[in-house]
Ligand binder design. Structure first.
Ligand code: SF4
Ligand code: SF4
Length: 207
């Protein structure tokens, strides 16, 4: 008898669930909107002159706690746009298999060349599928929505001295307000030349 009730309850539950709105989606065919803070994979970007922004400085490789970035710096050569000599990377590989999404590589980049994206990378069936080569990283610049988090913006958020004019103005205003509320030190009393000096006790010479 107990078995019958258990089976009936299970069937009722199954029927109820069959008409419930699904809570999962068929990724990657369907994609959910990500929040503005989503950081899902990486891209290398071009600068305002349409040149590769990466100068091959190795900062991202050195700071990466998981040691998953390998940069091969190239020889310095003049920029086609400005004529100034600058560095380039000959190769760049980021292995997502061990990335912990700390974003330190983005924060240290002096040229805002590496950014995270707000879109996932395609799921893979082999470890190699999760290795981002330089070509894949530059393709992500075109194909994926990039996060707003660039090194220059993230650093400005942490250090008001490096912020925008507006942020600097707010900091200046706050400092002025703080200085205004600080008690001023008492002015020192003037000692007139003909007035006898106060007795400060025996000196070393007197002994
Ligand atoms: S986000 Fe990934 S690749 Fe970048 S520093 Fe952190 S572990 Fe390394
Ligand atoms: S991505 Fe940025 S930090 Fe990394 S090598 Fe290129 S310029 Fe340097």
């Amino acid at each position: 008898m107990g078995y019958f009730f258990d089976a009936a309850r299970a069937m009722a539950m199954s029927l109820k669930s069959a008409f419930r709105k699904p809570t999962t989606i068929e990724y990657p065919f369907e994609k959910r909107d990500q929040g503005p803070r989503a950081r899902l994979t990486f891209a290398l970007v071009h600068d305002e002159h349409e040149e590769e922004a990466c100068v091959g400085c190795l900062m991202c490789q050195k700071i990466c706690p998981s040691q998953v970035i390998t940069v091969v710096p190239g020889k310095k050569r003049p920029s086609e746009a400005t004529g100034k000599k600058r560095g380039f990377a000959d190769d760049f590989v980021l292995d997502m298999n061990a990335c912990i999404y700390c974003e330190l590589c983005v924060q240290v980049c002096p040229t805002d060349a590496i950014v995270m994206t707000q879109e996932h990378m395609r799921p893979g069936f082999a470890r190699e599928d999760l290795v981002l080569t330089m070509d894949k990283l530059y393709a992500n610049e075109q194909e994926k929505e990039l996060s707003w988090g660039r090194a220059s913006i993230l650093l400005a958020m942490q250090d008001p001295k490096r912020g925008t004019d507006q942020e600097r103005a707010v900091t200046k205003k706050k400092s002025a307000a703080k200085a205004a509320t600080k008690p001023k030190p008492e002015p020192k009393a003037e000692v007139k030349a003909d007035e006898p000096k106060a007795d400060t006790g025996p000196t070393e010479d007197a002994s």
